[in-house]
Design a binder for this molecule. Structure first.
Ligand code: ZN
Length: 208
């Protein structure tokens, strides 16, 4: 299992990297499919920053009406304000003494988030961004590709494929809604690996 060992090593290096950059600003991206633990990883990093007595602030898009993920954030991190914002430019108003900025569900922000993340990092802040890397069609989602490109550090997290048990990196939509902004509940999306996702698309839209 070369891949898995490689991943563990990466993770170790990442930790050292992330937590040694207290003063210099940086951008970290955590991305993956639905149910891949993106928010959990975001929370883990924010908690560790809190243990180090760093001042943190969390933002999420105002379109995110799902409560589960952010509920975990507000539940576990009582002292941390989690602000829903429509325009990412609002994040630039973050106080000077905030050292770490967490952004969840980043895929729903427009491309304006890219410049905002740059500006925050240039002001010396550690910007930790979690979001879906691809939408239910398997296409790169919103500002995520650009954020991954400019980030100092990118971690892909994976769900488990509900059909075969392999690592999953696709969010297969089970509902009929054509809207992109349908937020994840287990009955609407299922995490699938590449092979099972392609098979599912064939089932959804059989060719001839
Ligand atoms: Zn599978």
């Amino acid at each position: 299992m070369r891949g898995i060992r490689g991943k563990l090593c990466n993770h170790k290096n990442k930790e050292m990297f992330s937590e040694n950059t207290k003063k210099a600003g940086c951008i970290e991206v955590i991305c993956g499919s639905m149910f891949s633990g993106k928010t959990e990883e975001l929370i883990r990093r924010l908690k560790r920053a809190q243990f180090a007595n760093q001042k943190i602030e969390i933002f999420k898009p105002a379109v995110d009406t799902r409560y589960s993920d952010m509920d975990v954030v507000s539940h576990d991190l009582h002292s941390v304000p989690c602000s829903p914002v429509k325009d990412p430019a609002k994040m630039l108003e973050v106080a000077d003494d905030v050292q770490v900025v967490g952004i969840d569900e980043a895929q729903f922000f427009g491309h304006g988030l890219v410049g905002v993340a740059q500006a925050l990092a240039n002001r010396g802040k550690r910007v930790i961004i979690a979001g879906l890397d691809t939408d239910y069609l398997g296409k790169p989602f919103g500002p995520m590709p650009d954020l991954m490109a400019i980030a100092e550090d990118v971690q892909k997290v994976h769900a488990i494929c509900v059909r075969c048990g392999n690592l999953a990196n696709h969010s297969h939509r089970l509902s009929d809604s054509k809207k992109l902004v349908v937020l994840g509940e287990k009955d609407v999306y299922e995490p699938l690996c590449r092979q099972c996702y392609n098979a599912a698309l064939e089932e959804d839209h059989p060719r001839g």
